[in-house]
Ligand binder design. Structure first.
Ligand SMILES: *Cc1c(COP(=O)(O)O)cnc(C)c1O
Length: 427
């Protein structure tokens, strides 16, 4: 077969970019596949440079809840760019975006915008440490919170699939301050909380885990964390970089009725452009410079073009209130795929919350990192490649979440299920 343009471009990228990618998961290494190179997107579709059209269930890792190229985002961004790409001074769009975030999350009284989810979490940790005067953080196995040093331990997806236990280059002294508990295991948290009560600055969690594949919180898990954090005087941080504006306008906090002290956001709030945010109680947030003594800054933070994209997305979500429709459509996809695998006698666990889902090839329910790791990743790789051949882009790893957008249709879902039924999984 002749070499396609994706392959030619990827080989060219390999000459100047480490591994040919600017973020490891894009290499498709976890599924042993050749990466596709994106050319353009349109609604629910992604076109690669070879002209193949894919129904996209990756959606820029969840950032594109309105699909590709949404007219309201494109128009808003175009107008914003014509006024200038950035000023390094405060501009109105960032104020409006902050107001919209505050409106969505009752637990957020003040919010600061940054340039990525990683930066949001890194800053929230510093703030929690300063606020409590403590150093240790408690995180959960398989939860990913960006690539800052202290959180790169049992950090899910990219790292678990590449089988790097911890990243090289992270000083042991840094991760030594990080305590680990299994997701959904309150007893383990209680034990750690007892032992390190006076030392834990914060408990950080993905309120719906999505970086070891999607794992919903067990009943009472988030409330339990809130109680434990209160008891020991630690800051509870919900990392809603994926779930914010995804499972409800007010994120997992609205869906489950549990409030965090600090919340981190990203992905959706930038409409596909680079962004992050962290916010929470005024008494905590006012420790940030220039009010307080916790330094945090960014040349491009609150960029007006990015903020304008975010405003367009959030306003659209407020007007359209698409969450019931997303729920129903994604449930239909879940049911359809489950039937294909069940009919074929293939053990599968489909975890889903609203429009985020993961197809785990496993006999057992997946409720934490250990059970996620028991999945058959070779079968997932086969599933990924045979779906890609049929023009369906699923996450290129067993341990990443799939997403629907508001512009995926029932026909897209039906076509996806039908195509899946034609793969060797149906035989
Ligand atoms: C994606 C993600 C991050 C990191 O965000 P970046 O913008 O990639 O730095 C942090 N936390 C969670 C839960 C994420 O899914």
């Amino acid at each position: 077969m002749a070499k396609g343009l994706s392959q030619t471009l990827f080989e060219r990228a390999l000459l100047t970019i480490p591994g040919g990618v600017n973020s490891p998961a894009r290499s498709f290494k976890a599924v042993g596949a050749k990466p596709i190179i994106a050319a353009r997107g349109s609604g629910p579709h992604l076109y690669d440079v070879d002209g193949h059209k894919h129904i996209d269930y990756l959606m820029s890792w969840g950032a594109l809840i309105l699909g590709h190229n949404h007219p309201s985002v494109v128009n808003a961004v175009t107008q914003a760019v014509s006024r200038g790409t950035g000023f390094g001074l405060t501009a109105e769009p960032e104020i409006i975006l902050a107001e919209l975030i505050k409106k969505a999350f009752p637990s957020i009284e003040l919010v600061r915008l940054v340039n990525s989810g990683t930066e949001a979490v890194m800053s929230a940790l510093r703030l929690a440490r300063a606020y409590t005067g403590r150093d240790k953080i408690l995180k959960f196995e398989g939860c990913y919170h960006g690539h800052s040093d202290s959180l790169l331990t049992k950090a899910g997806s990219g790292i678990s699939t590449l089988a790097i236990p911890d990243s090289a280059g992270v000083p042991a002294a840094v991760t030594a301050g990080t305590l680990l508990a299994p997701y959904n295991n309150l007893q383990a948290v209680r034990t750690l909380a007892k032992e390190y009560a006076e030392q834990i600055a914060c408990i950080i969690v993905e309120p719906i885990a999505a970086n070891m594949g999607v794992i919903p919180p067990a009943k009472g898990f988030l409330e339990g964390l809130q109680n434990i954090a209160d008891e020991i005087g630690a800051v509870l941080i919900f990392d809603e970089v994926i779930t914010g504006f995804r499972v409800a306008f007010g994120g997992a906090q609205e869906k489950y009725g549990v409030q965090a002290d600090l919340t981190t956001l990203g992905k959706i709030i930038g409409g596909g452009l680079p962004i992050g945010a962290f916010g929470g109680k005024r008494q905590i947030m006012e420790h940030l410079a220039p009010v307080g003594d916790v330094y945090q800054a960014g040349t491009l933070s609150g960029n007006p073009v990015v903020a304008t994209a975010g405003i367009a997305v959030l306003r659209h979500l407020l007007d359209a209130c698409p969450y019931d429709a997303l729920e129903q459509r994604t449930a239909r996809l879940e049911r359809g795929l489950r039937k294909v695998f069940t009919d074929a006698g293939i053990p599968v666990q489909i975890n889903r919350v609203g429009s985020m889902f993961t197809v785990f090839f496993s006999d057992n329910p997946v409720r934490d990192y250990r059970s996620a790791k028991q999945s058959n990743t070779e079968r997932y790789a086969e599933f990924f490649s045979s779906m890609l051949d049929k023009g369906l882009l699923f996450p290129p790893s067993q341990f990443e979440a799939g997403f629907l957008s508001t512009v995926h249709t029932d026909e897209d879902v039906a076509a996806t299920v039908a195509s899946c039924g034609q793969t060797r999984f149906a035989s």
